[in-house]
Design a binder for this molecule. Structure first.
Ligand code: HEM
Length: 511
């Protein structure tokens, strides 16, 4: 998912060294550029030599997604931002996205070259999300989808989800009791979904301390691989040796910590019955002896760490973000919250909502769909690239360009949706509007991306969001804190697009 705003630290650094760097390299780079054949790139704001549009983006003081939202109004559904040496082509129109990711899906299904830090953390692109389009990607993705995320496999983890939901309700109740009824929504939702993914990934029970530590390790990794200014201006790399060294330390810490659990699972498999918490199946089991096309050996420990981290990262912040926006909308729209609660009460009664109930709860489904339309957890897909230099919308798309797909552009487009700003699940209930999230019937909302790289976790993620929201509304009546205050719907980027001020809400246990 595309980069966000630049921190003050990098801005200051940027300005102080740019004067020198620019003048030193400008002549060399202009010379180099002029020797390339001229391309007809999509339009975009005029940039400076060498740095391109980096200054405009950095000085706008906006998050990257806000900057994109503004300038797409000027340049339309396809435009270019020259981010230092990186050519970024941004697609935000449904027709062009359909053409690129569905009609010509194989052409745009690759990933661009990584920066050196990401190469290390992705074990040289040995993961589903980072692999370039080809046989390695196919093997890793097929394994994840068929051996772990298929409907029958997901069924096997039903109890894990049920236990995590019970635990979530207990944690919220305890939080509320200890804090005068007030709870942190995101933190609790995040913990619940992380526990589910950990159990699926390692097939082991972990104490709370290990869960917290794992979370912290993976968060540090995400921060470490966030784009830095020298990713856009590689000539500045010598100034970032400290950060590179720190990144390598983080990688070592990540491997050392995660490998302990990999080894615990290995032992549990070798000595059945030795670890009473071990479940009968886990994602790791599919990876230990995985033979990917074109390679004799099984994944190394470092590669296993990369694959497990991807599994955990892919579904944690994304799902938790959806829950936070969901609770916020239910608080801001008490009539919707009441209607949802009524539906659950009538169709499920006094027992706890189970995932098999979801298909009988049309209003819940409408609320979740509206939630993913109005607040897609990530505003961009992961960065795509073409497998060869090609054309799109009449423009050249160089093979090395980063192609960013602005997902939020479609689902909040007034030409596609009536009153897109309004949170209105009724639009799906009445049958007046509909949208499928896989893009098979046209593109109206694509919170999971679309085409060959569509999120493989779509099925599992939607189970999690439905189940969690249903349980949270069944058990608690949600309202704002301080009482009767208006919620602040300002957004910020933090791996996903979250609420700028994470909500603390009043969760009153229902009678
Ligand atoms: C609400 C939750 C989620 C949302 C909104 C979401 C969204 C996305 C998006 C937008 C992409 C990029 C698609 C593209 O590049 O075109 C993606 C890719 C991916 N997601 Fe998810 N995701 C969610 C949950 C999950 C879960 C639960 C998992 C798995 C455990 C997962 C694993 C992945 C992987 C491995 C990829 C890379 C696919 C590839 O490159 O082939 N995601 N997701």
């Amino acid at each position: 998912m595309a980069s966000s705003s630049f921190s003050d630290h990098y801005l200051r650094l940027l300005f102080s060294i740019m004067a020198f760097a620019v003048s030193a390299f400008i002549f060399f780079l202009i010379q180099k550029r002029s020797s390339k054949p001229r391309l007809n790139l999509p339009p975009g704001p005029r940039g400076w030599p060498v740095v391109g549009n980096l200054f405009q983006v950095a000085r706008s003081g906006k998050h990257f997604f806000e900057y994109v939202e503004d300038i797409r109004q000027i340049y339309g559904p396809i435009f270019t931002l020259q981010m230092g040496y990186r050519t970024m082509i941004i697609l935000s129109g449904a027709d062009l996205i359909h053409e690129a990711l569905i009609k010509r899906g194989s052409t745009f299904a690759s990933r661009p070259a990584e920066n050196p830090t990401r190469i290390v953390f992705s074990s040289n692109k040995f993961s589903v999300n980072a692999a370039v389009y080809g046989s390695l990607w196919r093997s890793l993705r097929r394994n994840m989808v068929e051996n772990m995320l298929s409907p029958s496999r997901l069924q096997e983890f039903r109890d894990v989800r049920k236990n995590a939901m019970d635990k979530l309700v207990r944690r919220i109740r305890a939080d509320a009791d200890a804090n005068g009824g007030v709870v942190w929504v995101l933190k609790n939702a995040r913990f619940a979904v992380f526990c589910i993914l950990l159990a699926m990934c390692f097939g082991l029970e972990m104490d709370e301390e290990s869960v917290e530590k794992m979370d912290q390790v993976l968060k540090t990794v995400l921060l470490t691989v966030d784009p830095r200014i020298d990713d856009f201006l590689p000539t500045l790399r010598p100034f970032f040796s400290k950060q590179r060294k720190r990144a390598m330390e983080v990688r070592t810490e990540q491997i050392e910590f995660v490998v302990q659990f990999i080894n615990r699972r290995r032992k549990a498999l070798q000595n059945p019955g030795s670890d009473i918490s071990a479940t009968s199946f886990s994602y790791l089991d599919t990876l230990f002896n995985l033979k990917v096309d074109g390679r004799e050996s099984s994944p190394t420990d470092a590669e296993l760490v990369t694959l497990c981290s991807e599994f955990l990262n892919g579904g944690t912040d994304t799902t938790a973000t959806a829950i936070e926006w969901g609770i916020a909308e239910l608080i801001a729209n008490p009539n919707i919250q009441n209607k949802l609660h009524e539906e659950i009460k009538q169709l499920v009664g006094d027992r706890k909502v189970e995932e098999s109930d979801v298909e009988k709860l049309p209003y819940l489904q409408a609320v979740v769909k509206e939630l993913l339309r109005r607040h897609p957890p990530t505003y961009f897909s992961l960065t795509h690239s073409a497998i060869e230099t090609t054309k799109l919308g009449g423009y050249d798309i160089p093979v090395e360009a980063s192609v960013e797909v602005y997902l939020a552009g479609i689902s909040n487009d007034p030409e596609v949706w009536k009153n897109p700003e309004k949170f209105d699940p009724e639009r799906f209930v009445s049958g007046k509007e509909d949208a499928d999230m896989t893009g098979s019937k046209g593109l109206k909302m694509i919170p999971f991306g679309v085409g060959r790289r569509i999120c493989p976790g779509l099925g599992m993620a939607t189970i999690h969001v439905h189940l969690m929201l249903a349980r949270l509304v069944q058990e608690f009546e949600w309202s704002s804190y301080p009482p009767n205050s208006e919620l602040d719907f300002t957004k910020k980027y933090e791996f996903t697009v979250v609420m700028k001020n994470p909500i603390r809400a009043i969760a009153r246990t229902r009678a």
